[in-house]
Write a protein that binds this ligand. Structure first.
Ligand code: FAD
Length: 293
């Protein structure tokens, strides 16, 4: 199923993100965690691709397993920043042969080494270059791209960020998924601005349940997201107690999701980080709203 068809159903839903194993040693444990999440029957599951500009051998294996064994629609991520044209062409062919329907086209993060390297030699500088190549391959993928309610950290201002976002959509993206955010008003404000700029494709808000205090610094560093005082107070109060912090973090994410549904969002993407218990708890908190009881 293509991600865009999920929006046509107009039914409130949750999707979950998982990441592939870094090496064969953890393949079985990661596969099993992703299977537990697939058993929750989310609207779709996305599987990330490498990190820090790296590639990933296992993204497609995890995607195929979820799709074939559990019938859950999947979204395979693909990054391009440190790749050659040949590597990307090979990956696109592999996705085509595996019957992948949805691809998330990303640039990938810049590692310190990439930051120092000569950009004029790069085959891909931005996600849009990848979108052009995916389109040119002739495959009938439903293509998604990333967007940033609080501006991408490399952008000088939101106007510029939205201008490039529109170029990605015009190049062939059918939906956008947001970076994590902890204040829904930032998302509503962003949606207003992108609609005004003529970006009309569905936007899937990405919500990250913060379930331990250590995750807070990491999440802010990675995303640059604003932490509302309400969230900071919760970490101050419960951060020292793992069980209490987990409960409070899940409740905060649940609250965010309910507010998003109440304001017209149809599908929320949960950055579930290979944690089936967290995904299951959020889903059960929403069982009457989602009709999953
Ligand atoms: P781009 O769209 O290329 O944007 C990057 C910056 O360049 C922005 O500042 C943008 O405004 C600017 N820009 C865009 N186009 C142009 C242009 N034509 N000319 C000049 N400037 C331009 N990383 C991974 O490694 N693996 C993953 O699986 C992964 N999944 C993600 C999923 C989501 C939903 C999100 C939000 C991020 C994900 N990331 C992942 C992180 C992502 O790779 C980084 O945020 C990266 O820094 C930017 O990727 P992008 O695709 O948004 O890049």
């Amino acid at each position: 199923m293509k991600i865009t068809e999920i929006f046509e159903m107009k039914k409130l839903s949750l999707s979950f993100e998982v990441f592939p194993p870094k090496s064969s040693d953890s393949f079985e444990s990661v596969k099993s965690a992703t299977e537990e999440i697939a058993k929750l029957r989310p609207s779709f599951m996305s599987v990330t691709y490498g990190a820090g500009g790296g590639t990933s051998e296992y993204t497609l294996d995890i995607v195929k397993n979820i799709k074939e064994r559990y019938g859950v629609p999947t979204l395979a991520h693909l990054t391009c920043v440190s790749s050659t044209k040949e590597t990307v062409a090979k990956k696109i062919e592999e996705m085509k042969s595996a019957g992948i329907e949805n691809v998330m086209a990303l640039r990938g993060d810049l590692t310190p080494e990439l930051e120092k390297s000569d950009r004029s030699t790069w085959a891909y500088r931005h996600a849009i270059d990848l979108i052009h190549d995916i389109k040119a391959s002739g495959a009938d993928f439903c293509i998604g791209a990333a967007c940033y309610p609080e501006i991408h950290p490399e952008s000088s201002d939101q106007k510029e960020d939205i201008k490039y976002l529109k170029e990605k959509v015009d190049a062939g993206c059918s939906f956008l998924t947001t970076q994590m955010f902890f204040d829904n008003n930032l998302l509503y404000n962003f949606l207003y601005k992108i609609r005004e700029a003529g970006i009309t494709v569905p936007v899937i808000p990405g919500v990250m349940p913060i379930t331990n205090a250590k995750q807070v610094d990491r999440a802010i560093k990675l995303s640059g997201s604003f932490m509302p005082q309400r969230f900071k107070s919760l970490v101050d109060k419960f951060g020292h107690s793992p069980d209490a912090m987990k409960q409070a973090g899940i409740a905060y994410a649940t609250d965010q999701i309910i507010d998003l549904y109440a304001n017209g969002i149809v599908n929320v993407h949960v950055y579930s980080m290979n944690k089936p218990d967290v995904a299951a708890k959020i889903q059960s908190n929403l069982s009457n709203i989602l009709g999953t009881k």
